[in-house]
Design a protein around this ligand. Structure first.
Ligand code: 1HN
Length: 340
């Protein structure tokens, strides 16, 4: 559809309409094609880690509430957002620190990058976090974090904050004490939901996964077995999604999470989908080509693949890539598409 021709009468008309808070559709100022304003970008661990350590010197968790550095998309400056639908942040917590208890309507995921000895408590359930673990904090659950280990711990936070804001549904509350009482034994969710079995009286609540931690060891083992048993997907290599064991769906109503294994020398076929994805490199080195960008990546780098951005991932060494995206929200609304 060609743009409508501008003439003086139409300009006069538009400015009159503007005074009435109206605008003609043929002046099309909104995007009428797939994709968003977000652009491809990479944050390299080598550059990011020193800034996290600096943040740890500059501000306490007490004062910051959460010591998080948001990864902001260069085309979305001033928004805190890495895509138009999710945020990504790197959080650092020092030995002995606690991040006080609060809750908010957005869902949060943690992907542990570095350090052992940190934990998060989610609605009274303590979850220990180890590198490579995927940990969930469903929306509106009380959560606090702590580090009882000897070293700083860093993890990637992924939240659906922009979606909550889009709907005007961001609520937040602070717990009266810094920490919350524990009401269950550690590992209880894995006992009840982690064996391909469900408690006989379990009623899925239709929201987030009851499993709070997906340990790296088990994810990695599943992928290694998959690679021994069959052929890789032409674009994704060996890729699994994290599942809500109560309903077979995604761990959150809004966000999906994935882990993929690319064997050394793998070159993916070009692919795109409408969900925007944030990647964290767990192991290995490779490249991701997206449009005019061609990023080399290594361990702990974070990169973003915006919506409907054709891209190709290749591996110089055996790679493990964690990623999360807004796919479930799009699936629920009937918007999700892909193209290989
Ligand atoms: C939040 O509450 C946490 O609880 C982390 O650890 C990152 C980013 C935006 C808004 C809230 C946390 C966050 C956040």
């Amino acid at each position: 559809m060609p743009a409508a021709i501008v003439n003086p009468e139409r300009v006069r008309f538009s400015s009159e309409l503007s005074g009435l808070n109206m605008r003609p559709l043929w002046e099309r100022v909104v995007r009428l094609k797939p994709g968003t304003a977000a652009v491809p970008a990479i944050w390299r661990w080598q550059a990011v880690r020193p800034q996290l350590m600096r943040a740890a010197e500059l501000i306490s968790t007490k004062e910051a509430e959460r010591r998080v550095l948001h990864l902001e998309n260069p085309a979305l400056r001033g928004t805190n957002c890495i895509t138009t639908t999710v945020v990504a942040g790197l959080q650092i917590i020092l030995p002995g620190e606690i991040a006080p208890t609060h809750r908010h309507s957005p869902n949060a995921l943690r992907f542990i990058v570095e350090g052992v000895g940190a934990y998060t408590t989610v609605d009274g359930e303590r979850v220990s976090m180890r590198p490579g673990d995927f940990v969930t904090t469903p929306g509106w659950t009380w959560h606090d974090h702590g580090n009882v280990g000897p070293d700083p711990v860093v993890w990637l936070d992924g939240l659906d904050v922009p979606l909550a804001n889009l709907f005007g549904a961001y609520f937040r509350e602070v717990y009266p004490q810094d920490t919350q009482p524990l009401s269950r034994l550690e590992g209880d969710p894995a006992v009840r939901y982690g064996s391909g079995l469900l408690p006989v009286d379990h009623r899925p609540n239709g929201h987030a996964s009851p499993l709070l931690c997906y340990p790296y060891e088990r994810t990695r083992e599943a992928l290694a077995r998959l690679a021994r048993n069959g052929e890789p997907h032409p674009s994704h290599g060996f890729k699994l999604r994290y599942v809500n064991p109560a309903n077979g769906g995604h761990p959150f109503p809004t966000m999906a999470a994935f882990m993929q294994l690319l064997l050394r020398g793998f070159t993916g076929r070009k692919y795109c989908s409408t969900d925007s994805a944030v990647y964290n490199v767990v192991e290995g080195c490779g490249r991701v080509e997206m449009g005019d960008s061609d990023f080399a990546f290594g361990p702990h780098d974070v990169f973003v693949v915006p919506s409907w951005q054709p891209h190709r991932i290749s591996a110089n060494s055996e790679c493990l890539l964690f990623s999360y995206s807004d796919r479930p929200a799009q699936e629920a609304l009937g918007f999700w598409r892909e193209q290989a």
